[in-house]
Design a binder for this molecule. Structure first.
Ligand code: GCO
Ligand code: MN
Ligand code: MN
Length: 388
């Protein structure tokens, strides 16, 4: 029997807002008591997590006095020291307070935009004080309900100015901190700017310090947009921009469900884990999700344990896929190369182009070959469901 015990090297992390989620939704009140940050740290230690992430106001209420802030931070640091949990990532809440009803960095009100920078710099200080090396930006309300309100190019310009300013702030402070931008297509705004990981990657290239900035793709967000999450993650990886990842689950094109990782789309989750493990992604595996609203605190622990267990089961299945002789033989056959095209491959040359243009191709023979993907997919299915 395999060991699915979470270990520090797996870097499994949860947000204060995830296991601490009291289960309110737009139609119903909370169903669980709100846990204090110290209680969340102890719960996470009990279930075997490695780290805890937070928004500034998950830890320090927005109107706390400086003395209250210092006491809360001291209590939190003690809980971290007592449990050995670390804080790999921090972020800013730029969406709950009514001041952000029209966004933060992209608000039409210059005072709100300035306040968002003020709040984020203080939140960065807090995150760095607690050890964070990664800072996530999720533009929760950076968008619109009506395009009459804002020009999206203006929105992008404001977003760029804010991120350039904050990169300079980090450099000026001498902080060892990188930024990870998290895309989401909608919720809570009708439309959120930079709606997918692909949009974010293109935007990063327009910043003053692109090397400091990567992405934090979230499975649920790409599924809300009907996309293949693993493909977006792969593109981020290829660009050297996979700085962080938010794992959860979500039915396609539904409301923001935030289900437990692996709970809904087994094959998508499997191919994602296989990708991360095959390429050697070395960052945190952050579960940005929460327990069903039906659960009490014991169910919250089931949710947290289940998230990590499922990841490790998929990881084991990925290793089996890579070691399975029949699957690997099929893949070798599918990818067979007799070397006859080598003369046309690689860098362009005028002679190569001329030879390729003159080369005859037997289209009928090329298209006659069956690719055996049906068999390959069934073997994958059998492996996943434990009958192989
Ligand atoms: C959401 C987002 C958030 C962010 C968080 C960290 O759908 O609400 O996923 O949970 O990840 O704000 O930036
Ligand atoms: Mn989300
Ligand atoms: Mn997220």
């Amino acid at each position: 029997m395999s060991d699915y015990t979470p270990k520090p090297e797996h870097q499994f992390t949860f947000g204060l807002w995830t296991v601490g989620n009291p289960g309110a939704d737009p139609f119903g009140s909370p169903v669980r008591n709100r846990l204090s940050p110290v209680e969340v740290v102890h719960l996470l230690a009990e279930v075997g997590a490695y780290g805890v992430n937070f928004h500034d106001n998950d830890l320090v209420p927005i109107d706390a006095t400086p003395a209250e802030r210092d006491r809360i931070v001291a209590d939190f640091k003690r809980a971290l020291a007592d449990t050995g949990l670390v804080v790999p990532m921090a972020t800013t809440n730029l969406f709950t307070d009514p001041v952000f009803k029209d966004g933060a960095f992209t608000s039409n009100d210059p005072k709100v935009r300035a306040y968002a920078l003020h709040k984020t710099m203080r939140a960065i200080d807090l995150g760095v004080e607690l050890g964070a090396r990664m800072y996530v930006f999720w533009g929760g309300r950076e968008g619109v309900e009506t395009d009459a309100a804002k020009n999206p190019v203006e929105g992008l310009k404001r977003m760029r100015e804010a991120l350039n300013f904050l990169c300079e702030y980090v450099i000026d402070q001498g902080y060892d901190l990188r930024f990870a931008l998290e895309a989401k297509p909608n919720e809570p705004r009708g439309d959120i700017y930079l709606p997918t990981t692909g949009h974010m990657l293109a935007f990063i290239a327009t910043l003053d310090h692109p090397q400091m900035v990567g992405v934090n793709p979230e499975l649920a967000h790409e599924h809300m947009a009907g996309l293949n999450f693993m493909h977006g993650v792969a593109q981020a990886w290829d660009a050297g921009k996979l700085f962080h990842i938010d794992l959860n689950d979500q039915n396609f094109c539904r409301y923001d469900q935030d289900f437990r990782f692996g709970s809904h789309n087994l094959k998508q989750a499997f191919f994602l884990v296989k990708f991360l493990e095959d390429v050697g992604y070395a960052g945190p595996r952050h579960f940005d999700s929460h327990a069903y609203r039906t659960e009490d605190i014991a169910g919250v622990k089931d949710f947290a344990r289940g998230s990590m267990r499922s990841y490790l089961i998929f990881k084991e299945k990925a290793a089996r896929f890579n070691a399975d002789p029949e699957i690997q033989a099929l893949l070798a056959e599918i990818n067979a190369d007799d070397g006859s095209m080598a003369v046309f491959q690689g860098a362009y040359s005028r002679d190569k182009a001329a030879a390729l243009k003159a080369h005859p191709f037997d289209r009928a023979a090329l298209s006659a070959r069956g690719l055996k993907y049906e068999r390959l997919d069934q073997l994958t299915f059998d492996l996943l469901l434990g009958v192989r």
